[in-house]
Design a protein around this ligand. Structure first.
Ligand code: C5P
Length: 224
């Protein structure tokens, strides 16, 4: 049991990009590879946690022992996370997905045709913030809610602002001025209400191990 200290803990992780449809053949998305979220899922499952990975479209296999729910749009991702929270008492939520900030307001039911009048205008509306919703989910709120912040400047100020604005417990701050997207390596600072800790550039797997150790320590200190 010492090697599987998260046995009995339920974890929900979002990972990858979202895909917001424009019409049946086109959409808006982003360059998230999903690698960091998948690495966290794998490490936590190895430590005994019961892990559900709510994943946008990525080119990765589900890690061994991890249940994957495939989603496309942010609205679907949010519904899948909320269904998990309604069905089980979740101990840890880790929102690593690069959720699209906007979606197309009126998704065309048929393929938009090229027309002599010129290009169509896309009207965008804001997507719901899944991390903020999970953080403020009252009686079903997971014990530990962890968000990510990708910043190119003022990492600390932005991460701390995100911590209080969204109401999560920890923020994993990524300095994305370094090569991070799609890369196998990452450099991050973990921001909690009790201070910060930085992990120099290393594999996403090793970053996942550091985060997992913090989660293990958290539940050791507060076993509820
Ligand atoms: O506000 P920003 O997108 O920078 O926040 C990043 C964090 O919030 C990440 O943890 C991301 O998964 C989460 N997020 C979310 N839903 C959104 C936007 C961001 O869960 N619509």
């Amino acid at each position: 049991p010492a090697a599987r200290p998260l046995t009995g803990r339920k974890v929900v992780i979002t990972a990858g990009p979202t895909f917001e449809a424009i019409d049946p053949v086109r959409g808006l998305t982003n360059r998230s590879s999903g690698k960091q979220g998948y690495a966290i899922a794998e490490v936590l499952a190895d430590l005994g946690a019961d892990v559900t990975l709510v994943s946008g479209p990525v080119f990765l296999d589900a890690p061994n022992g991890v249940r994957r729910i495939n989603v496309e749009a942010a609205a679907e991702m949010k519904a899948a996370v909320e269904a998990e929270m309604a069905a089980h008492k979740i101990d840890v939520a880790i929102m690593s997905a690069a959720v699209a900030d906007w979606r197309v307001d009126n998704v065309a039911t048929g393929k938009i045709k090229k027309a002599p009048g010129g290009a169509p205008a896309l009207h965008l509306i804001e997507n719901p913030d899944i991390l903020a919703a999970v953080s403020k989910s009252g009686p079903v709120r997971p014990k530990l809610v962890i968000g990510f912040a990708a910043e190119t400047a003022d990492l600390e100020a932005n991460a701390l602002a995100k911590l209080s604005r969204k109401g999560c417990d920890w923020i994993v701050g990524n300095d994305v001025s370094q090569d991070v997207f799609g890369s196998d390596a990452n450099a991050v600072t973990l921001f909690t209400r009790n201070g910060n800790e930085s992990w120099e550039r290393q594999s996403k797997r090793d970053i996942a191990r550091h985060l997992a150790q913090h989660i293990v320590d958290h539940f050791k200190a507060d076993p509820q």
